[in-house]
Design a protein around this ligand. Structure first.
Ligand code: BG6
Ligand code: MG
Length: 226
């Protein structure tokens, strides 16, 4: 059997923090005098904090000084921290703990590959930080997804070549990053949105241990892409 490792995105795969990001960005938009909808929020998924602010300001057609941008990045994050510091294990998305158990029982190691600088805090809040072999977060990368950097560092932490790694992602940018890293990409969420993924599931409850066993038993894990 070929050795396999797993890299998990955090927001939208293991926990649903998008709703908290949304509330904090929405408040900022309102303060700046424009509406920020849930549809707009989709554009921020998987995107770094700094890039998220740029996108938000683009939506509102607002130009700010560097100083003001820094100030808003801090206030947005403070508000977001107010939400995530209240998170508990019941906010782990359905199927995530079962999947970690399956991987543990098969001896498959896993690391985190997230754009969030708050990723370690969130994992600690929900009580699963210690289970990960390594953490790659927004503090450890210089290039955001869809650049493959975050996942390539993850492969190093797993001590495996990229083609032996499987990535679970809910964002288009994340699937692109996994594909560019030559890893197996698994899209979690809307199949149409994530059609670039090698495999698609609506959520983690659909990822069975049989699927994982099959995945690690095939030599060439890549599905043929059109
Ligand atoms: C990603 C989220 O995981 O982290 C993005 O999908 C978010 O929406 C990004 O902007 C950065 O998060 P943070 O916690 O560093 O502000
Ligand atoms: Mg995500």
């Amino acid at each position: 059997m070929q050795k396999t490792g797993v890299i998990f995105d955090l927001d939208g795969v293991i926990v649903d923090t998008a709703k908290y990001h949304y509330l904090a960005w929405k408040n900022l938009a309102n303060k700046l005098g424009f509406e920020f909808t849930e549809k707009h929020n989709e554009l921020l998924k998987g995107v770094s904090r700094v890039r998220s602010l740029e996108i938000l300001l683009g939506i509102g057609n607002i130009k700010l000084s560097e100083e003001k941008k820094q100030e808003y990045l801090v206030t947005k994050n403070e508000e977001y921290l107010g939400f995530i510091t209240k998170m508990k294990s019941d906010e782990i998305l359905p199927g995530a703990l079962e999947l970690l158990d399956t991987l543990d029982s098969l001896g498959i190691k896993y690391v985190l590959g997230s754009a969030s600088k708050n990723a370690p805090l969130i994992l600690k809040q929900v009580g699963i930080f210690e289970r990960f072999t390594g953490i790659v977060d927004g503090n450890s990368v210089s290039k955001a997804k869809p650049d493959p950097e975050v996942f390539l560092i993850g492969a190093k932490k797993l001590n495996l070549p990229p083609e032996h790694c499987v990535v679970f992602e809910d964002a288009i940018a994340g699937i692109e990053a996994a594909n560019r890293a030559d890893m197996v990409s698994i899209g979690i969420g809307n199949e149409e949105t994530l059609h670039e993924a090698d495999y698609n599931f609506e959520n983690l409850t659909e990822v069975t241990s049989d699927f994982i066993k099959k995945l690690i038993s095939v030599k060439n894990k890549k599905k043929h892409r059109a």
